[in-house]
Design a protein around this ligand. Sequence first.
Ligand code: FES
Ligand code: FES
Length: 160
Amino acid sequence: MAKLPIQFRLNGSDRATFVDPASNLLDTLRRGLGDFGPKYGCGQGTCGVCTVLVDGEPQLACLTLAVSCEGRQIETTSGMADGPNLHPLQDAFMDHFAAQCGFCTPGMLTAARALLAKNPQPSREEVVEAISGNICRCTGYEPIIAAILAAANAPGARRA
Ligand code: FES
Ligand code: FES
């Protein structure tokens, strides 16, 4: 099947590639563009490890057609740090030991980033709701929730 050209902004940079019409965004990011921030877990929309931001909204990249992202702004954890300075959420995840194996971490960070961008002072319940689509097999969730609540009070936590 003929490949289609596609262009979008990825973590602030213009990127262009060719994709199969049925390719999902996760494959395009990982295999096509070498952004291994978003992970492949279930591939069917149930684990959340592939979560990226599309025009600021958390979206499951495994269920998103790449061609639907033409002209959109895609953000992944690969672009969260500002040079050597980690994003406050990344710092808080380290401070609170919110990553063990780390497989869920990119999706968790992305879901949290979207939450704090819209709701800079979320309640615990709102944090739980925001990460409800992200499965963690290691932490029991409490360190992750604590990290997100702590990051909400850190300077720059709403940085896109
Ligand atoms: S890999 Fe996308 S939700 Fe699991
Ligand atoms: S830290 Fe291992 S799945 Fe969350």
